[in-house]
Design a protein around this ligand. Structure first.
Ligand SMILES: *Cc1c(COP(=O)(O)O)cnc(C)c1O
Length: 344
């Protein structure tokens, strides 16, 4: 393909191998690798939008994406609106003639809402806007947004694709040639590229993606079922539970329900703190998608940069706890949560 590698920002063989791999996983034509998920997202906004354009995004976005949109990209004359609810029908009203992009995460973070990708694509296309899906939470093993009508898929490869919490990276997959050329130009011009070693680490992670995801999903299902019967827990958010409001939609557009669970403890910040202080196998940490189980408190950690009222109005309250279920023995995970809940 690339006849020669002239300069490593423009292209290098290991990055090209990763770019082909992520494109193949998402069943898209073109892949692009970046130095982080945020570099991928930054490059998409810079290359595809201009002053006056509007982006409609779901409200419970990854905190860093929202920070980038509201504190940096808005300074360049691009405006952002956040749609409440998970049904694209409900955010039709927020579309404007200037809307050029609809930005969706599904499952969302940290509330694990499911957005109907086909519906969102149709709605975006009716307005001549592009549908971007951040597929980090599902991974291409569980969900392929391009097949459902999305124009662009973005990943933080730091999470499930890398899978071992030992790298930071991002990726974009696009099938349309002209769109790809624009983003590829910006990838080189802006330079948010990964080094070859990080690309190699993601490639190595991808080799075990299928077996890791199978285990993440089966472990998470069991943990979610356990938590949903616990008397100290108010509500468990996991798309694999029949009680999840979009369980059927999740079943349709995903092949399984992923490794992320959120739940509301009965009590507030101090209650959560007591639980988080006593876990032994789960590590208190912000990331997700690695083989080791992690636990965190969104309102004081991953989503702390969002103003309190804004956060609470959408359900990210002080009672909310998020777990990234790893691939350890599930009985060990359940008993760890069980003993930590005794301290609540
Ligand atoms: C982590 C994450 C990002 C940002 O990726 P980095 O690799 O940390 O820059 C974007 N979107 C989602 C859904 C994420 O979980």
């Amino acid at each position: 393909m690339e006849a020669e590698y002239v300069y490593a920002r423009t292209g290098n063989p290991t990055r090209a191998a990763l770019e082909r791999a992520v494109a193949a996983l998402e069943e898209g034509r073109h892949g692009l690798a970046f130095g982080s998920g945020m570099a991928a997202i930054t490059t998409l906004i810079l290359s595809l939008l201009k002053q006056g354009d509007h982006v409609l995004a779901v409200h419970d976005l990854y905190g860093g994406t929202r920070r980038l949109f509201d504190r940096i990209m808005c300074n360049f004359g691009v405006s952002f609106t956040y749609a409440l609810g998970s049904d694209p029908e409900n955010f039709k009203d927020a579309l404007k003639p200037q809307t050029r992009m609809v930005w969706v995460e599904t499952p969302t973070n940290p509330l694990l809402q499911i957005i109907d990708i086909s519906k969102a694509a149709k709605m975006a296309h009716d307005y001549d806007a592009l549908l971007v899906v951040d597929n980090t939470f599902a991974s291409p093993y569980l969900q392929e947004p391009l097949k459902l009508g999305a124009d662009i898929v973005v990943h933080s490869t730091t999470k499930y694709l890398g899978g071992h919490s030992d790298l930071v990276g991002g990726a974009v997959v696009i099938s349309d040639d002209a769109l790809y050329e624009k983003v590829r130009f910006a990838q080189n011009a802006a330079g948010g590229v990964p080094g070859p070693l990080d690309c190699w680490l993601v490639l190595r992670g991808i080799k075990t993606l299928a077996v890791r995801m199978d285990r993440h999903c089966s472990n998470a299902q069991k943990v979610a079922e356990y938590l949903s019967t616990h008397p100290k827990i108010d509500r468990v958010l996991y798309p694999g539970l029949a009680s999840h409001p979009q369980h059927l939609l999740a079943k349709q557009q995903m092949s399984a329900f992923g490794g992320m669970i959120s739940f509301y403890l009965k009590g507030g910040f101090q209650t959560c703190r007591n639980m988080l202080k006593h876990v032994k196998i789960f590590t208190l940490a912000e990331s997700l998608g690695g083989v080791e189980s992690l636990i965190e408190h969104p309102s004081s950690m991953t989503h702390a940069s969002i103003p309190k009222e804004q956060r609470e109005s959408v359900g990210v309250t002080d009672s909310l706890v998020r777990v990234s279920v790893g691939i350890e023995d599930v009985e060990d995970l359940v008993s760890d949560l069980s003993q930590a809940l005794e301290h609540v």
